[in-house]
Design a protein around this ligand. Structure first.
Ligand SMILES: [Zn+2]
Length: 176
């Protein structure tokens, strides 16, 4: 059993959050360790999704668990090299947030359903259709792997306002 370690989450703006991540390819122990650490980091935050670039690793790995009901069993998912292979015409609006943009929320419109293909931690090929919050979350996280943030969907003025707030937050953190 590997010990899980919480990793620091990068805060926007950071060039690593704007960089496209590279494919994982073969699933190694290093990838499994990264995924375990990312799940630990995500649950601790707490959050429902986390992409490797958010912990400074430019690999195409994301983790998510959108189970919200307290009574329901957790469903941690690890997606390596995920690819959206189908999107619905129907669209959905969700108020999104991001662990790399703390305490900022905005409505983003995306396809309501998506089908995603990925490699699991055993190296197996997986394919699943997601809807509801899961669909929004997986698209938000795959965007991270392409160096894209949810604020990139907002009007420039709103995006700049949020970015300035984050710059201020980072300055305050650096001083603390
Ligand atoms: Zn995010």
């Amino acid at each position: 059993m590997m010990a899980m370690t919480k990793r620091p989450i990068l805060i926007h703006p950071d060039p690593r959050l704007k960089t496209a991540a590279t494919p994982v390819g073969e699933i190694t122990d290093e990838v499994r360790r990264l995924a375990d650490d990312m799940l630990e980091t995500m649950y601790d935050a707490p959050g429902i999704g986390l992409a490797a670039p958010q912990v400074g690793v430019l690999k195409r790995v994301l983790v998510m668990d959108c189970v919200k009901d307290e009574g329901e069993a957790p469903r941690p998912l690890v997606l390596c090299d995920p690819e959206i292979v189908w999107t619905s015409d129907a669209r959905n609006v969700y108020e999104e947030g991001c662990l790399s943009i703390p305490d900022q929320y905005a409505e983003v419109e995306r396809p309501a359903e998506v089908e995603v293909r990925w490699t699991d931690l055993e190296g197996g090929a997986r394919r699943e259709r997601f809807d509801g919050l899961w669909a929004t979350c997986v698209q938000h996280e795959i965007d991270h792997l392409d160096g894209k943030l949810f604020i990139d969907y907002l009007k420039p003025l709103k995006r700049q306002m949020i970015t300035r707030k984050m710059q201020k937050l980072k300055r305050e953190k650096a001083r603390a």
